[in-house]
Design a binder for this molecule. Structure first.
Ligand SMILES: [Zn+2]
Length: 272
């Protein structure tokens, strides 16, 4: 049988699952229930994998509707997604889209590697929803920006926030479904308002552990972009032209900061 997933126990009750495209999902086990945060791309069957990893009743939470987060949703029954991403997820989880994404990421996939698309409904996830797993509590925080329904997950007891794609060292904000930078900034400022208690942040791509300052960096990037003082490095992906706010080398931003933003070339900047 082909091996699709890399499994890593990152804490006593948390397992990281990485698929062939390099995206991560997190399995979090409490005393009475388990939650899977994201489902990878649907290259290989993550639902069957779950049956080998936990015997607890399982709830699945998709942080947003993108191909690499909701693509593996087929077969799960107790599965949540923010309603604002219900349109996004339809186009993002077709077999064609997932195969294209897999190949773009360097995985030579065929139809045999793909599980079917989930076509039945998701349960609507809302800002402030709480999942009690028994000794572990997950709180959902709506983070509109990268997508309209983007949601980050706070694991309260360990003060850890799974940002997913809401904010990271290469925050994609140039997609058709991305919101304005003002909206992203408002979401990020809310995270830092003191309402949420966290000291550690995890993301979904590359090394999952990044400095919490990634949030401040991305807020700063939004301001620089809107004021026209960023580096404006030309970038192209998926046939879309964009700019990257700060110059990067192989190890991230040249100035040593962590967060960065990729945004559309036709963005409206502040007058002045
Ligand atoms: Zn995404």
């Amino acid at each position: 049988m082909k091996k699709y997933f890399d499994i890593e126990k990152i804490r006593e009750n948390i397992t990281s699952i990485t698929d062939p495209t390099g995206v991560r999902a997190f399995l979090i086990e409490g005393k009475s229930r388990a939650a899977l945060v994201d489902t990878c791309c649907g290259i290989g069957n993550i639902k069957e994998l779950m049956q080998t990893l936990t015997t607890l009743p399982l709830t699945v939470i998709c942080t947003h509707g993108h191909v690499d987060h909701a693509g593996g949703a087929y077969g799960f029954e107790d599965i949540y997604l923010n309603e604002k991403d219900f349109e996004v997820v339809k186009g993002h989880t077709t077999i064609e889209k997932r195969m294209g994404f897999g190949r773009d990421c360097g995985f030579d996939c065929t139809e045999d590697d793909m599980i079917p698309q989930k076509t039945d409904v998701y349960k609507p996830l809302k800002d402030g929803d709480v999942f009690d797993l028994g000794g572990i509590t997950l709180e959902c925080i709506e983070m509109t920006g990268h997508t309209p329904g983007m949601t980050s997950i706070l694991i309260r007891e360990i003060k850890t926030l799974i940002l997913s794609d809401a904010c990271n060292p290469f925050t994609y904000m140039f997609l058709p479904e991305s919101s304005s930078l003002e909206t992203l900034k408002a979401s990020l400022n809310r995270l830092l308002s003191g309402k949420y208690d966290f000291d550690t942040v995890w993301i979904s791509h590359g090394d999952y552990l990044v400095p919490k300052t990634v949030i401040d960096d991305v807020i700063e990037c939004c301001d620089e972009i809107l004021n026209g003082t960023d580096d404006k490095v030309p970038f192209e992906s998926m046939g879309r032209l964009a700019y990257v706010a700060h110059r990067q080398g192989e190890n991230g931003r040249l100035d040593g900061k962590c967060g960065n933003v990729v945004y559309p070339r036709d963005i409206k900047r502040n007058a002045g």
